[in-house]
Each structure stands twice: as structure tokens, then as C-alpha cells.
Write a protein that binds this ligand. Structure first.
Ligand code: HEM
Length: 115
């Protein structure tokens, strides 16, 4: 017959006490403590990704704007210096340049002011 000694009883008691403690394992409680910080981290990451996309859009707008400014200047020089008949293209490129300048400036202020 199995004989229960005092040591057996204490051992059994310790086992019963230790079992529920496993639900407080360091891993899950640690994860719970870190959860709010993780969500802050994700927000910061999401924001920087959003800003990166906006920077790209403004960068492309800026390049297109530069191309139009250079074309306007080229037509202006052709008009003024070489007497070419390119007044209408000069006006069209000038108009689009002004439109793009305003759009670029408004977009940049709306997205990034004050930084
Ligand atoms: C290097 C750059 C430029 C040069 C050399 C230049 C040259 C000229 C010249 C010679 C005229 C007179 C055309 C004529 O009356 O037959 C003119 C007119 C005009 N330019 Fe430019 N241009 C330049 C850039 C620009 C830019 C960037 C804009 C606007 C975004 C612009 C807008 C205009 C406008 C609105 C007129 C008509 C003015 C009027 O007839 O009273 N130009 N340009």
C-alpha cells in the first residue's frame, strides 16, 4: 500500500499552489505591461509611413513644377531673345506653373504646418 509521508503532503501542497501561479507567467504579464507602449510604437510608425507618402507626393509635385517653370523660362527666352512666335505656349506654361505653385504650397502647409 502507498504510504503518504509528511514530505509527500508538503510536496503535493506546493504543487497545487504553484499550478495557478503559472497563469501569471512572466511572458504574458510582461506582454500586458508592454501593450500600451507597443500601440504608441505602431502609431509613431504609421505616422512616419504616412508622412513618407506625403513627402513623396510633394517631391513629385515639385519636380513637375520645376519642369513647367523651366519650360516657361525657355519659351520666355525664345520670345524675348530670339523673337520666336511662342507667346501662347509661354502663357500656357506660365499659367500651369502658377497653378502648380499654389497647389504645392497649399498642400505643403496643410500637411506639414507647423512641421
Ligand atoms: C527666364 C524666364 C522668363 C523669361 C525670359 C520670360 C520672358 C517673357 C517675355 C519676353 C515676355 C513678353 C512677351 C511679349 O509681350 O511678346 C513675357 C511675358 C509674360 N510672361 Fe514671361 N518670361 C519668363 C518666365 C515667366 C514665368 C515663370 C511666368 C509665370 C509663371 C511668366 C509669365 C508671363 C506673363 C503672364 C507674360 C505676359 C505679360 C504681358 O503680356 O503683359 N514668365 N515673358
Amino acid at each position: 500500500m502507498l504510504k503518504m509521508t509528511k514530505v509527500h503532503l508538503i510536496g503535493l501542497l506546493l504543487l497545487l499552489l504553484a499550478f495557478p501561479m503559472s497563469s501569471f507567467s512572466t511572458e504574458s504579464s510582461g506582454a500586458a505591461v508592454m501593450a500600451p507602449f507597443k500601440s504608441v510604437e505602431t502609431n509613431v510608425q504609421e505616422e512616419s509611413e504616412l508622412n513618407q507618402g506625403r513627402h513623396e507626393i510633394l517631391f513629385i509635385m515639385g519636380i513637375i513644377l520645376l519642369v513647367f517653370i523651366f519650360a516657361t523660362s525657355a519659351f520666355g527666352l525664345a520670345l524675348g531673345i530670339y523673337g520666336k512666335n511662342v507667346f501662347v505656349p509661354h502663357m500656357i506654361f506660365a499659367g500651369v506653373s502658377v497653378f502648380l505653385t499654389v497647389a504645392h504650397a497649399v498642400t505643403a502647409v496643410v500637411w506639414f504646418y507647423p512641421y
